[in-house]
Ligand binder design. Structure first.
Ligand SMILES: NC(=O)C1=CN([C@@H]2O[C@H](COP(=O)(O)OP(=O)(O)OC[C@H]3O[C@@H](n4cnc5c(N)ncnc54)[C@H](OP(=O)(O)O)[C@@H]3O)[C@@H](O)[C@H]2O)C=CC1
Ligand SMILES: O=C(CO)COP(=O)(O)O
Length: 318
């Protein structure tokens, strides 16, 4: 049975390439010109240059081509997810919908599982997340991810695993989602530290205290500690805070050094910082790093004022 991937960004394309090792895959993109270009060149030069689209991967501009697919991966950016789901609810309801996006929806404060459940109540929602750059997956480099679904899903885990993509499963969708969403915020902060030449020691401190913030919110919202300690939390935090392949980290470097940054690049952590700050306030959770990043992204505070504010907080126990 064909697996569909909706959204031909870097990640959707990379997952489609990897899954095509196992059988037929349908990749949908919204722009017909982009689709024609991919069909002609068998590459996605706009979003994932360098990777070749294998033969059993079909690219389409007709989303209704996914009607016969039971398993559908969603690769649209998080802030577009809610609208995308409601516009396509008739097609998607009743299917297994696997969100591959990392973030919290600014309009509703929801993660993607809740968005899916609201728009498509008959669907089974899952999340695929963890440390993985699209380019690495497309090259067939070994990658391990977390697949989260409220009901234990060994069948789906087997279906989406490939010789190079090793999935671990969990029923903790809240932990998996929050790990992936929050690590992007901390990755921006790590980038700011490096961009402002504050040093590797400061980055390590920030990653550690950022991880404490991630855990604080996640535990309050019902996540399990082991999920945050796993691939989707600690694993992705380490990757994204230390690699120049990360767009969130590079965006942070630009913020920290005062450089320009291409607004066309997907940086999920910026909107998520704002959403998280609201969520934390609503639950009475202290998340000073996320709040600073939200303020920095909104240009409400300078880097030096943000650093001073964080360092001058009252001394406390670890
Ligand atoms: N890239 C990576 O390494 C990884 C990304 N992710 C996550 O995957 C998600 C997507 O990121 P990524 O693939 O990198 O993003 P990209 O920036 O590469 O691409 C975004 C894609 O989404 C499409 N899109 C945007 N809005 C809509 C819409 N309303 N309807 C349909 N399609 C839309 C864009 O289409 P168009 O080209 O026409 O603008 C584009 O193809 C993010 O949440 C990210 O955090 C997770 C792990 C790794
Ligand atoms: O989520 C990712 C790696 O796991 C990709 O990170 P960026 O979106 O920062 O590039």
């Amino acid at each position: 049975m064909t697996i569909a991937v909706l959204g031909a960004g870097a990640f959707g394309t990379a997952l489609a390439i990897s899954l095509a090792q196992r059988g037929p895959v349908l990749l949908w993109a919204r722009d017909a010109a982009h689709v024609a270009e991919m069909q002609e060149s068998r590459r996605n030069t706009r979003r994932l240059p360098g990777a070749v689209l294998p033969e059993c991967l079909t690219v389409t501009a007709e989303i209704t081509d996914a009607a016969g697919c039971e398993v559908v991966l969603l690769g649209v950016p998080m802030q577009k997810m809610g609208r995308f789901l409601s516009e396509n609810a008739a097609l998607l309801d009743g299917k297994v919908l696997v969100s591959c996006s990392k973030g919290i929806d600014l309009a509703t404060g929801r993660g993607s599982v809740e968005l899916i459940e609201a728009a498509c109540p008959g669907a089974r929602a899952a999340v695929l997340t963890g440390p993985s750059f699209a380019a690495d997956i497309a090259r067939g480099l070994p990658t391990a991810l977390t697949l989260a679904c409220r009901t234990d899903s060994p069948g789906l885990q087997a279906r989406l695993s490939t010789p190079t993509l090793r999935l671990y499963r969990t029923t903790d969708t809240i932990g998996a989602e929050l790990g992936g969403a929050l690590k992007n915020v901390i990755a921006i902060a790590a980038g700011v530290v490096i961009g402002a030449n504050l040093g590797d020691s400061a980055r390590a401190a920030l990653m550690t205290r950022g991880f404490a913030e991630m855990n604080r919110l996640a535990m309050k919202l019902g996540a399990r500690p082991e999920t945050l300690m796993g691939l989707s939390g600690f694993g992705d935090l380490v990757l994204t805070c230390t690699s120049l392949q990360s767009r969130n980290f590079r965006y942070g470097i630009a913020l920290g050094s005062g450089a320009d940054f291409d607004p066309g690049v997907t940086v999920e952590g910026a909107a998520t910082a704002k959403a998280v700050t609201r969520l934390a306030q609503g639950h009475g959770i202290d998340m000073p790093i996320a709040a600073m990043i939200a303020a920095l992204c909104a240009r409400e505070i300078s880097v030096s004022d943000a650093v001073t504010a964080l360092l001058s907080r009252p001394l406390k126990e670890e």
